[in-house]
Design a protein around this ligand. Structure first.
Ligand SMILES: Cc1cc2nc3c(=O)[nH]c(=O)nc-3n(C[C@H](O)[C@H](O)[C@H](O)COP(=O)(O)OP(=O)(O)OC[C@H]3O[C@@H](n4cnc5c(N)ncnc54)[C@H](O)[C@@H]3O)c2cc1C
Ligand code: SF4
Length: 585
């Protein structure tokens, strides 16, 4: 890998802000077009294999995999009874982490809440400030969207349609599949298009029982479609194929990089072209504009550690700091020409913020498996995905849009999932008897993109670098709560139909933000008065500015966003490179 330093006197073809799924993809596509690209990442490059230690046994870890005693990770109750910023009241903890930072393996990957405060309504905001961002620990469920999502307004009248159709993005989904690798099984579903899959994983016994039972109800359960290469990728020397070690269960993170992550999947290969300069520890605080033209001219960034301020220039600026940080950056970039923030003449930056609602689910036991010998069920990067079934052919009387379930069964790391209580020999016996019989699933539902759900800048609170913090004005609405009711009921109904003994049905809705699937804060559209970006994620106001992450989404769908983020980004960067060559930017 060729590492080159940032050159502050040079005008780069493009600056990319953020190195996660979106920024990594922008770097890959633009460097492959021969552009000279500078990638700026706020966090550091971590020795990620040492952080993840995917194969470490719990008994080899001093805290059994939990956080060290000087650190605290916020719980559901703490998110509920306290208001952001979440720092005050936790003074005893040296480091304060979001709920996802509850493990020793993620402690350096997710941010410290005190250094990165935010205010407003309750929100479980998970951020990973390091090279690769959240892709280092993502759950890998890699799903496509369809015209049920892109043209959802045509179906139920709510919100806006996307300015693209499935046929526009399908070739780019194919490119992402082939370049990064994905495992799954073809189902020919119009609302969940198939990918170009590598070798699939196998469903286990209870999962097959559930699948067969669901088929009688006209519902579809399929293998977890994971952004993992099961056959290997000959074109990428930084990644290995999946050996089915099952360590995915440890809140993501694959230290042999069979699971996609942005550094090994996109950034290191981009550096090998010789066209990419990478500057880590570079916290971008403002996108600068040319006072004559109002076009983007570059950025100001602060060194994460020395706190020194730098300016750097480019012909095109690409924002890929993740949905909420990208909105923050646009709002921070005020100038005479753009007094309400960059690309914000519509007033829509920060608005239409949407995500997935989580919480309702069910856990149970396949009674016929209790007491049977253990099988090697955890040697897979995921269990199953139960696809959307609401508001497809029928119309639900109580809510619009849909939801799917992620779940799994089988023998996994002791004693997860068995719900066994007690201690000593009897407890061990109970765990052994039940662990292969456990089956559970939880729902992910579409949160409607509404203008009144938004983020703006807090007038007082600043982060460690003196940059104004984000303020949330965001709540689930009636449609989401009615959908959550239905999730609980259908989860129970489906487990009963499969003949499982139900151990627990959860109706609890988790705090906003829990899904870690933020979208919509700079949406695409054809009308510059009601959208921020055009169909190529190019600002309507500033033609050499692109926002290529989940900000651009017009609605949330109920399918996980990352594969769509990368496919859209690839399409936009092809367009960008072409326009730049033609002198149109
Ligand atoms: C535990 C977990 C499980 C998940 N599971 C799934 C899943 O199964 N399927 C799915 O589709 N998605 C999943 N996701 C979400 C997925 O990780 C994100 O959709 C994806 O990473 C978004 O990519 P991004 O580039 O927009 O943001 P990120 O990956 O967060 O990258 C943004 C980068 O920008 C940097 N940055 C931010 N601000 C600045 C700044 N001012 N200056 C410079 N750099 C900056 C950050 O440090 C970060 O590295 C999961 C996430 C987590 C944490
Ligand atoms: S099961 Fe596969 S993808 Fe998951 S951690 Fe192991 S090797 Fe990586």
């Amino acid at each position: 890998m060729v590492v080159s330093e940032v050159n502050l006197t040079k005008t780069y073809d493009a600056i990319v802000i953020g190195s996660g799924a979106a920024g990594g993809m922008a770097a890959h596509v633009l460097t492959s077009h021969g552009l000279q690209v500078l990638l700026l990442e706020a966090g550091k490059k971590l020795p990620i294999e040492k952080e993840l230690r995917s194969m470490e046994w719990p008994y080899d870890n001093p805290y059994r995999g939990q956080l060290p005693p000087d650190s605290h990770s916020l719980s559901f109750n703490e998110y509920t009874i306290r208001n952001p910023p979440y720092g005050p009241g936790f003074e005893k903890a040296k480091h304060l982490k979001s709920y996802i930072g509850s493990s020793d393996y993620l402690k350096n990957i997710v941010v410290d809440e005190r250094e990165n405060p935010f205010t407003g309504t309750n929100y479980a905001w998970v951020r990973a400030r390091c090279l690769g961002g959240k892709t280092n620990i993502w759950g890998r469920l890699a799903l496509r969207l369809s015209d049920y999502d892109f043209k959802a307004k045509d179906r139920d009248g709510f919100g806006e349609n996307w300015p693209i159709s499935y046929s526009d993005i399908a070739p780019y989904y194919d490119k992402v599949d082939l370049y990064l690798g994905i495992t799954g099984v073809k189902e020919n579903l119009p609302y969940l298009p198939d990918s170009i899959f590598q070798r699939p994983t196998k469903l286990n016994c209870a999962e097959v029982t559930l699948k067969d039972s669901l088929a009688k109800m006209g519902r579809v359960l399929t293998q977890y479609r994971a952004g993992v290469t099961t056959d290997g990728l000959k074109h990428n020397k930084y990644r290995s194929r999946c050996y089915g070690r099952g360590a995915c269960e440890r809140k993501g993170g694959c230290d042999i990089h069979a699971a996609f992550d942005s550094p090994t999947g996109l950034i290191y290969p981009a550096m090998d072209t010789g066209n990419l300069a990478l500057r880590t520890n570079a916290v971008v605080r403002e996108i600068t504009v040319d006072p004559q033209t109002g076009k983007a001219s570059g950025v100001h960034f602060i060194d994460n550690q020395t706190l020194k301020d730098y300016a750097v220039h480019a012909k095109v600026v690409i924002v890929a700091a993740s949905t909420l940080e990208s909105a923050r950056l646009l709002l921070l970039s005020k100038s005479r020409q753009h007094p309400d923030g960059l690309a914000n003449s519509s007033g829509h930056v920060g608005h239409n913020f949407c995500e997935h609602i989580m919480g309702p689910g069910v856990a149970g036991r396949a009674k016929n498996l209790v007491g049977k010998p253990s099988t090697l069920d955890d040697g897979r990067p995921g269990g199953f995905y139960l696809t959307r079934f609401r508001n497809l052919a029928d119309k639900h009387p109580k809510f619009i849009r849909g939801y799917g379930f992620e779940g799994g069964s089988g023998s996994t790391m002791f004693p997860r999932g068995t719900d066994a209580h007690g201690f000593g020999a009897a407890f061990k016996e109970e765990v052994r008897k039940n662990q292969g019989a456990f089956v559970g699933m939880g729902a992910f539902g579409e949160v409607l993109a509404r203008y009144e759900n938004y983020v703006d800048l807090d007038p007082v609170v600043k982060d460690k670098w003196g940059i104004p913090a984000l303020r949330f004005h965001y709540k689930f609405g009636d449609n989401e709560h009615r959908m959550a009711e239905d999730m609980k009921e259908t989860a129970q109904e489906m487990f009963e139909a499969a003949g499982f003994e139900i151990v627990n049905v959860s109706s609890r809705v988790l705090t906003e933000g829990w899904s870690i699937h933020e979208m919509g804060t700079a949406r695409m559209g054809s009308d510059p008065k009601t959208s921020v970006l055009n169909q190529f994620q190019q600002s309507h106001d500033v033609k050499n500015l692109f926002v290529v992450d989940g900000s651009a989404f017009v609605n949330a769908s109920c399918q996980n966003p990352t594969w769509t983020i990368m496919s859209l980004c690839w399409r936009s960067c092809d367009y960008l490179a072409d326009e730049l060559k033609k002198g149109n930017l």
